[in-house]
Design a protein around this ligand. Structure first.
Ligand code: SAH
Ligand code: SF4
Ligand code: F3S
Length: 443
């Protein structure tokens, strides 16, 4: 008798991994694996890993510890490690962890169903060597996943080699998807009721640069083409390195009403010395010019960022420059991290590592000030009308619906009527909370 087989997929890390997990779920569904949220029931466990910081990698190993015990009770369980740790460690995982059957790098996820069959026959395989790789055309399943918003991968990898970063080693060189495949995917999503798409890649500004110069499209051209697609009402993208932020991209914010007024522009440090040693290839002066350009193109644009504290050699003066920068830009939100050494990353070899206590102290000082600024920023929305995309399928106990502004703020609102997720409504903001806004429906 054919019994239902279950697959459990745990996702760590960024949107690239989130999208890859959806793709793997869909590929396994074609082999009649149903996705479960109960790991103990699974026949296949996929751990889709992230290696960006030491802490991220530690979380992976702690989950793998649990999986090892599960496998002791269920020897037929197929265990696959995918994502960035898989690429980074490769075969070593198979050698060190006898309970792991498959190690699958990010460029090999489309082979997962075949590999799972091999594993059920007792073969243990590691595939992480990237040959010449073309991202295959792939249309998302509509039965699972969000009914109104989706990620669309437009490219893989990164050529920038920021000295602290593992991504160029785990995701390889930049490879763009074909323009036609991306447009076909967004058309498919739109035809199935999707309203918002986020174009994702580690470095979207470089979209197309690896393709044939005669026919390639640039990232701004891609944005304009996607904005033309009927049914898509909102367009977002992430992430882009400030060094490649072009005037053509800024112009998109002036010209494309569908393009949401939010830009994640990771700065990493406010010190030019530190930026130089990070190999970021921009200075604070050019960064601030780009901030000004974006604000000219879209005066109410919300800017968010990533910041690393305690990069090797970061002095108190360097850190103060970062504190000064956040006063200058006044970010709408920010992610901040303590620097950690990563395998293959150049800065791992740099002298003058910053003491852990100093990093902890700087991170706390920075986060305190960032949060104050975020709350000041949130209060600027009080009294304004914002266009909100409804995200909840019903009101909560207090009668509030949840949605999101173009700026990416979560907005809770009251109002008579029934709304559907993905619908756009206008909300008058009454009150700013520390992490969200509150208001009522207009009209
Ligand atoms: N492609 C994105 C970055 C993705 S990694 C970009 O270039 O903007 C997300 C963030 O993790 C980075 O922006 C950086 O702030 C942080 N990060 C990366 N490597 C790190 C490390 N070794 N230690 C601490 N934080 C790190
Ligand atoms: Fe890492 Fe820099 Fe590439 Fe971003 S741009 S993924 S930080 S190497
Ligand atoms: Fe992590 Fe890899 Fe993304 S290291 S942040 S999962 S590209």
């Amino acid at each position: 008798m054919h019994t239902e087989r279950l697959a459990y997929i745990e996702t760590f890390g960024c949107q690239m991994n989130e999208r890859d997990s959806e793709i793997m779920a869909q590929l396994l569904a074609q082999e009649s694996y149903v996705r479960t949220t109960e790991i103990s029931l699974a026949d296949v466990v996929v751990v889709n890993t992230c290696s960006i910081r030491d802490k991220a990698e530690q979380k992976v190993y702690s989950l793998l510890g649990r999986v090892r015990m599960l496998k002791e009770d269920k020897p037929g369980l197929v265990v696959a490690v995918t994502g960035c740790v898989a690429q980074q460690e490769g075969r070593k995982i198979i050698d060190r962890m006898p309970f792991v059957d498959l190690v699958v790098g990010p460029q090999h996820i489309y082979e997962l169903p075949d590999l799972v069959i091999q594993a059920t026959h007792g073969h243990r395989v590691a595939v992480e060597q990237s040959k010449a790789f073309v991202i295959p055309p792939f249309l998302p399943a509509m039965e699972s996943g969000s009914p109104y918003k989706r990620f669309v991968t437009i490219m893989q990898g990164c050529n920038n080699f920021c000295t602290y970063c593992v991504v160029p080693f785990t995701r390889g060189r930049e490879i763009s998807r074909s323009f036609g495949d991306i447009i076909a995917e967004v058309n498919h999503l739109a035809a199935n009721g999707i309203k918002e798409v986020t174009l994702i890649g580690q470095n979207v500004n470089s979209y197309g640069l690896d393709q044939d110069p005669a026919t390639r499209k640039t990232f701004p051209e891609l944005l304009r083409a996607v904005a033309e697609i009927d049914g898509i009402t909102r367009l977002r993208f992430t992430t882009s390195n400030p060094k490649d932020l072009s005037q053509a991209l800024m112009d998109c914010f002036a010209d494309l009403p569908k393009l949401c007024g939010h830009f994640h522009l990771p700065v990493q440090s406010g010190s030019n010395d530190v930026l130089k040693r990070m190999n970021r290839k921009y200075t604070i002066e050019t960064y601030l010019e780009k901030v000004a350009g974006l604000r000219r193109a879209r005066p109410d644009i919300a800017l968010t960022t990533d910041i690393i504290v305690g990069f090797p050699g970061e002095s108190e003066a360097d850190f103060e420059a970062t504190m000064q920068l956040v006063e200058t830009v006044r970010y709408h939100a920010a992610f901040s991290f303590k620097y950690s050494d990563r395998p293959h990353a150049k800065s791992t070899e740099f002298p003058d590592k910053v003491d852990e206590e100093v990093k902890i102290d700087r991170l706390a000082r920075l986060q305190k000030r960032l949060q104050e600024i975020v709350e000041e920023r949130n209060r600027e929305y009080e009294g304004r009308n914002l266009e909100i995309m409804v995200e909840s399928s019903g009101p909560n106990r207090d009668g509030q619906w949840a949605g999101r502004a173009g700026s990416n703020h979560v907005v809770n609102f009251t109002g008579a009527g029934t709304f559907v997720p993905g619908q756009l409504v206008t909300v008058h903001i009454e009150h700013a909370c520390s992490h969200s806004l509150r208001g009522h429906l207009v009209g």
